[in-house]
Design a protein around this ligand. Structure first.
Ligand SMILES: Cc1ncc(COP(=O)(O)O)c(C=O)c1O
Length: 428
């Protein structure tokens, strides 16, 4: 994407980068790196080389290993470039003031929504752009009327970004929250669906569950849970913060009523990009969460929930660039690579008898997040070993759990370095 032909040349000069406060080497890489995607033919003939060439498109520091992109995604250079170029273009006041993201839709916002609707297989009318998954989750929980004493069912692995919206609602409006404990790991989809089924009561109005849980990276049988809820006339609120980009998400097929997610984790979009899906029949029953002029302009359909006041249009431009980037690589290739790299982590960990896997008993139950604990309390030593080698992981000391995330930019040597750190940590 190009907004100004001379922009890149300008940024390459030391004077300009000093002006913007961007170190020269970073600015050069971010804005002037011309490395494109490796060819599709290379993917077919030598996929390992393809992935290794692709890695040049991230700014990831060579002296660090990032195995925590599940917390915050890594944005590739073409997406950064589109975002920053728009930011600079807009600051030259070449973009109209209005409409801007947070108010009425403009062509850039529409292009991102259209690309996202195609990606998620939903109707444009059902899709709002938000700033993150938490915002979408709040629109759902705060927007629904739930009578006093009625119930919401959720799992013990819900993220605060979804769970707390329901907890506040319970505190404020006297609804009841019931919680099911997910096995770590579960044996089968049937086992999980039965847990939900057994916990339903006459008063259950909503089920909230994560498409992929943040703590253990468990892929839930979302379609089956939604089918169960639909049969019982119960609404489904899916926290999909870890879905899009990590696994295939087909909202028409999934059958949920509401789905909230972000672009800044697995889709590698700029930080502060999110999305909210509201199934068509529910568009008018949801109260606006952040109330602005268009709060009852039902003609806007789901876009009503994007009217939250001035937000970052450059992020929306970057979001579209991220979807283009993902589509150019091929989503199926990305899902497969994420899974393959996570499987290498799992296979390596399984060689260590002290390790107990938490997220999945079968391949179908995990994607790019691997979660484990140890029989004894030696997880702290593993975390310290990773820290010392600048390997970024997610460590929950209180719950004795480590989570590792893999993506297409995760190299085999990085996985091996991590496995080595685990082995050393366990040896003590
Ligand atoms: C399952 C889950 N839900 C919600 C969130 C919050 O996401 P965001 O920061 O995009 O609001 C996270 C973040 O890690 C998460 O893992």
């Amino acid at each position: 994407m190009r907004f100004l032909v001379g922009r890149r040349a300008l940024l390459q000069s030391a004077a300009a980068t000093a002006l913007f406060g961007i170190p020269l080497h970073q600015a050069k890489r971010a804005l002037a790196c011309d490395a494109g995607l490796p060819s599709c033919d290379l993917y077919k003939t030598d996929p390992e080389r393809y992935w290794s060439l692709l890695r040049r498109l991230w700014l990831l520091a060579p002296d660090r290993i990032n195995l925590n992109c599940g917390a915050l995604g890594c944005t590739p250079i073409p997406v950064l470039r589109a975002t920053v170029e728009h930011l600079l273009f807009a600051e030259e006041y070449r973009e109209p003031d209005n409409p801007w993201f947070g108010y009425a839709e403009n062509a850039r916002i529409r292009a991102t929504r259209e690309a996202l609707a195609r990606y998620l297989n939903c109707k444009l009318d059902e899709l709002a752009l938000t700033r993150n998954a938490t915002e979408g989750n709040n629109v759902i929980a705060n927007g629904l009327d739930i009578p006093l004493g009625d119930e919401v069912l959720l799992t013990d692995q819900e993220h605060p970004g979804a769970r707390c919206a329901w907890e506040q609602k319970a505190a404020r409006f006297g609804i009841k929250i019931n919680v099911i404990k997910l096995p770590r790991p579960p044996a089968s989809n049937e086992e999980m669906v039965k847990l939900f089924e057994d916990a339903l009561t006459e008063r259950t109005r909503v089920i909230l569950f994560s498409h992929i849980t943040w703590q253990t990276g468990l892929v839930l049988p979302a379609k089956e849970i939604c089918a169960l809820a639909n049969r019982r006339g119960i609404l489904t609120h899916v926290d999909g913060a870890h879905g899009p980009g990590q696994i295939k998400v087909d909202l028409a097929d999934l059958g949920c009523d509401f789905y909230a997610s972000n672009g800044h984790k697995w889709l590698m979009a700029p930080k502060g990009s999110g999305m909210l899906f509201v199934r068509e029949p529910h568009l008018e029953r949801l109260w606006a969460h952040t109330v602005a002029e268009d709060w009852r302009n039902y003609g806007l359909k789901a876009y009503r929930f994007s009217n939250v006041g001035t937000s970052n249009l450059s992020v929306i431009v970057g979001f579209k660039a991220a979807l283009d980037f993902v589509n150019a690589i091929g989503r199926e290739h990305i899902y497969a690579r994420i899974h393959e790299q996570a499987r290498k982590v799992r296979d390596g960990l399984r060689q260590l008898p002290q390790i107990r896997m938490l997220n999945a008993s079968t391949d179908a139950h995990h994607a790019g997040l691997v979660s484990f604990t140890t029989a004894k309390g030696d997880l702290g030593r593993v975390a310290a070993e990773c820290d010392q080698r600048r390997i970024r992981i997610r460590y929950w000391p209180d719950e004795a759990r480590i989570r590792v995330s893999t993506h297409v930019f995760t190299h085999d040597p990085e996985i091996n370095a991590f496995l080595d750190a685990v082995a050393r940590g366990l040896r003590g």
